[in-house]
Design a protein around this ligand. Structure first.
Ligand code: NAI
Ligand code: MG
Length: 369
């Protein structure tokens, strides 16, 4: 059996608490002979700043470069609010994304039947929803140059952000979307604004050309990003894989997330380019939520987002898709059994803590494997 090298970076606040449940799951999988892991753990964020004055050390970065997958918790908290910009906890995460060139951000939005009533939309619109948004993460408006605020001769100030994409940047993110589409329902939507943006026009052309050349077996539809936002709340189940740029992806993935209930349920993955020799991708898996200072240290955090992030690592980095599928079913099972942390409980409903929820998932997994 292959031994997978994992780097665990729990970080701060509830990141540490939910990571404990992932560690429990890893130990259980190993004890059952289902997987083998070589696990390293290190500091990131405020915890790393406290230890050595930086949000991530060079030594930790070297470990990250060598890992098959990085499992990340969350960083930040009021304790570090006054730390300078380049040393603040988030800088650790930004450096990981940048140095590992993690250009593809995967955000699933899954609506479990047991939680369909906690969505802001009607049950029949969201029940059984399972979308994967593939957001370009390292290009576009957030990074394009020029990016500045200048004072004009007439005394006004003018701000500029620049949306820039090259063919290779578009092609590599579209390729990820088509590959994932093949593993899912073979349906990909590509969202841009070709009607008013040159970058949208190029995006559309590059996606169309790649589709024709290599992925004509996948159903591709182009959709304007504003219409896409509307369709996400009108009839979200029409989507399977949705690929889009950094800016639209930021907004559309947050909108899709809220169709499904709580932040405590949402996993994510960030993938880099395939190594031409080994075929492996650098990859970081993390929950969408932050360090939740309001509940940290109390054992109340929902560990499902972190457990499901580890599930994505099993599927996309470790070639253990069967276990990932079983884990997804186990999560659905504990929810239908009525296990609820505070964030997903209806008013008056009985709640469990982080450890109890983690244990319940492992018990359910026993039934699913
Ligand atoms: P947050 O995601 O930490 O919390 C928002 C709300 O959701 C809070 O009420 C929290 O209790 C609740 N919540 C979040 N995750 C939960 C879980 N697993 N179970 C139950 N409830 C949960 O976002 P917030 O409050 O804006 O930021 C707090 C800190 O986290 C800040 O320092 C921020 O910079 C940092 N942050 C870090 C991120 C990361 O590490 N990737 C992402 C977002 C925020
Ligand atoms: Mg956002």
């Amino acid at each position: 059996m292959a031994t997978h090298k994992l780097l665990l970076l729990p970080g701060d606040g509830i990141g540490v608490e939910v990571m404990e449940e992932v560690k429990g799951l890893m130990k259980w999988l190993e004890a059952r002979g289902l997987a083998s892991f070589a696990i390293e753990e290190d500091l990131v964020g405020g915890a790393a700043f406290d230890a050595h004055g930086e949000a991530i050390s060079d030594e930790t970065m070297a470990r990250a470069q060598a890992a098959d997958a990085i499992i990340f918790g969350a960083v930040g908290g009021p304790k570090w609010d006054k730390v300078s910009y380049d040393k603040r906890p988030e800088a650790g995460l930004l450096r990981l994304r940048k140095d590992l060139d993690l250009f593809a951000n995967l955000r699933p939005a899954i609506c479990y039947p047991a939680l369909a009533d906690s969505s802001s939309l009607k049950r029949e619109i969201v029940e059984g929803l399972d979308i994967l948004i593939v957001r370009e993460l390292t290009g576009g408006t957030y990074f394009g140059e020029p990016k500045e605020i200048v004072t004009l001769e007439n005394g006004q100030r003018r701000a500029v952000d620049t949306q820039v994409y090259t063919t290779s940047e578009i092609e590599r993110i579209a390729r990820v979307a088509f590959e994932l589409g093949r593993l899912r329902k073979n349906r990909v939507h590509s969202a841009e604004k070709r009607n008013v943006m040159k970058s949208g026009l190029l995006w559309n052309q590059v996606v169309t050309a790649l589709h024709a050349a290599e992925y004509s077996d996948v159903n591709l539809e182009h959709i304007l990003a504003d219409n896409c936002a509307m369709q996400l709340v009108r009839n979200p189940k029409q989507f399977d894989v949705l690929v889009t740029d950094n800016l639209f992806g930021d907004i559309l993935s947050d909108a899709a997330a809220m169709l499904t209930g709580s932040l405590g349920m949402l996993p994510s993955a960030s993938l880099g380019a395939e190594d031409p020799v080994t075929g492996k991708r650098k990859a970081l898996y993390e929950p969408v939520h932050g360090s939740a200072p309001d509940i940290s240290g109390k054992g109340l955090a929902n560990p499902i987002a972190e457990l499901a992030s580890f599930g994505m690592a099993l599927r996309y980095s470790l070639d253990l898709g069967d276990i990932a599928d079983a884990l997804d079913r186990a999560i659905a099972r504990v929810l239908s059994q009525g296990f609820r942390t505070g964030d997903i409980a209806a008013p008056g409903e009985k709640t469990v803590g982080t450890v109890e929820m983690g244990q319940a998932v492992i018990t359910a997994l026993e039934h699913e494997l």
